[in-house]
Design a protein around this ligand. Structure first.
Ligand SMILES: [Zn+2]
Length: 136
């Protein structure tokens, strides 16, 4: 399983505590917060580049440091945004019950037999159909 931000719950923990739909909503909110951070970091990079034109040598050195730091933050937050968004969409694509077609009405099942560690066993709340979400 990939390293996760401690603010984002794992899929199994999220389904257990708040349900699939709330977990999905929170993953999307978190991913879009990272997108906003990426945009603000790009604006900060552009502002630092603008300030690079004037000033003393020490101020120029400070501007270069700001460009590097803001660039790293922008790349990290963009990567995190894409990961959270793609992960949430991948899980949402598996959240339809194959029997009654209900979307996101899942509850966590106890894993009696789990052939792969990244499988999250779930059960439909409407009809009781059981299947595994492949997390990762
Ligand atoms: Zn169902």
């Amino acid at each position: 399983m990939p390293a996760r931000n401690p603010l984002n719950r794992t899929l199994a923990d999220g389904i257990r505590r708040v349900g699939f739909r709330k977990w999905y909503e929170r993953e999307l909110l978190s991913s879009h917060a990272h997108m906003l951070l990426a945009l603000l970091s790009v604006v900060a990079v552009l502002a630092s580049l603008e300030a690079l034109g004037g000033g003393t040598a020490s101020e120029k050195l400070m501007d270069v440091a700001f460009v590097v730091v803001c660039g790293v933050i922008a790349l990290w937050s963009l990567r995190r945004y894409l990961y959270l968004l793609m992960h949430a969409e991948e899980m949402a694509n598996q959240a339809n019950c194959q029997q009654c077609k209900a979307y996101g009405l899942l509850q966590l099942e106890e894993a009696r037999h789990r052939p792969q560690a990244n499988w999250v066993p779930v059960c439909c709340k409407r009809c009781g159909f059981r299947w595994n979400l492949e997390d990762g």
